[in-house]
Write a protein that binds this ligand. Structure first.
Ligand code: NAD
Length: 357
């Protein structure tokens, strides 16, 4: 077999350490000589933010954080950053807080230090997302890639168990989708395989011991690899579907990814034998679909889109918006009929079966 590909790495510093967040943020600020920090942290993360605020005295604390980054929120936050003469953005929270920092950086070119509290992985990507008039748009801009990421597993101890599981599966979705995304290559596939293994192991440990740190640390490590793999490979079929469900139907991000992933995997793997083997190996299973099924069963993962608020009558609109965005590089050809049937199955939580042929 010959190997021929182009791989792009992103420049980013990662500081990892449980209980180290305040020191690590202070070090980042000192190294950059930043004097006017904007801390983005929603009211739900106020408890996590308090010791950081006490140490670094940001000139602005922004707590309006909304999932999928509505454009109105981005516009308000950008104006506030400019008015306050900010020289460094620090985001503390899940993908929504990171996403708002990215929306500000898109316009202002301010650097970001991201402090993730979920396993969404946005901190490792140069991908931004904005929602306007019920349409979520995503794009790539190196200015939104956080220049530093600070992981502290203690920050994730407050993440409720159900959300911890869903967020970990969101990380796994980054790994799986990057195996057939438009810029998939052996380097991001290697990162995806190890990311998948680590997040699966981490999630299982979190379910066994939700207040233990080792599972949370392993999930964070895997979430970072997942984000790097996803940023490098691009958005595949799974992400294109979930963007529509999130942006147009306001579906909760992590849970939606968790539900859709086994159906997309079952749709693609028969046409993607290398990806199938990589997923199965990472999960220690005979095949990708049964590996995901037993992982999901052990985690009590969410199983259908109906419970998350999608109406059956929304499926036709979701298909019409998502279909044109699915990359032509997807291993199996997708048409309206197959996407409709996939979304119906995910909507009702029908048994996941590998599509053959
Ligand atoms: P989120 O950031 O919306 O957080 C979900 C909920 O959990 C919120 O209510 C939040 O306040 C709460 N929360 C977060 N951390 C907590 C903690 N440690 N303890 C207690 N509560 C906590 O959800 P998410 O799934 O992390 O991120 C979703 C958003 O991120 C979406 O908008 C998605 O599009 C975006 N995203 C972007 C990328 C990218 O590369 N651009 C990647 C992944 C996700």
């Amino acid at each position: 077999m010959t190997l021929e590909f182009v791989h792009q790495s992103s420049a980013q510093r990662v500081r990892f350490g449980a209980g180290r967040v305040v020191e690590n943020i202070a070090d980042e600020i000192a190294e950059r000589g930043a004097t006017r920090v904007m801390l983005i942290a929603s009211t739900e993360e106020a408890g996590l933010a308090a010791p950081i605020i006490a140490r670094i005295s940001p000139v602005l604390v922004w707590d309006e954080v909304v999932q999928h980054v509505p454009i109105e929120v981005a516009v308000r936050a950008r104006a506030a950053a400019v008015d306050a003469g900010i020289d460094l953005l620090i985001s503390l929270g899940g993908g929504s807080a990171t996403g708002l920092a990215k929306a500000i950086a898109m316009e202002t070119r301010l650097p970001i230090v991201a402090v993730p509290t979920t396993y969404a992985g946005s901190e490792a990507t140069n991908v931004w997302g904005l929602t306007e008039a019920a349409r979520k748009t995503t794009g790539i801009d190196d200015a939104v890639l956080p220049s530093a990421v600070i992981y502290d597993a203690e920050l994730t101890l407050t993440l409720p168990l159900g959300l911890s599981v869903a967020s970990a599966l969101n990380g796994i979705a980054h790994c799986v989708d990057s195996l057939w995304a438009p810029r998939a290559n052996p380097i991001n596939a290697a990162l995806a395989g190890e990311g998948l293994r680590a997040i699966a192991a981490g999630a299982q440990a979190i379910v066994k011991d939700p207040v233990g740190l080792p599972g949370r640390e392993e999930a964070q490590y895997g979430a970072y690899l997942a984000g790097v793999a996803f940023a490098s490979a691009g958005s595949g079929m799974h992400h294109k579907i979930c963007h529509v469900l999130g942006g147009t139907f306001s579906m909760p991000h992590a849970e939606t990814h968790a539900v859709v992933l086994p159906y997309v995997t079952a749709f693609n793997v028969d046409s993607a034998p290398d990806a199938e083997r990589r997923i199965a190996d990472a999960l220690g299973a005979d095949d990708a679909v049964s590996g995901l099924q037993s992982l999901y069963a052990g985690l009590s993962a969410p199983t259908n889109l109906a419970d998350l608020g999608l109406r059956e009558t929304d499926i036709a609109e979701a298909v019409s918006i998502a279909l044109p965005s699915i990359p032509p590089s997807n291993p199996r050809t997708v048409d309206a009929a197959s996407l409709t049937s996939l979304l119906h199955a995910a909507w009702s939580g029908a048994p996941v079966t590998t599509v053959r042929g």
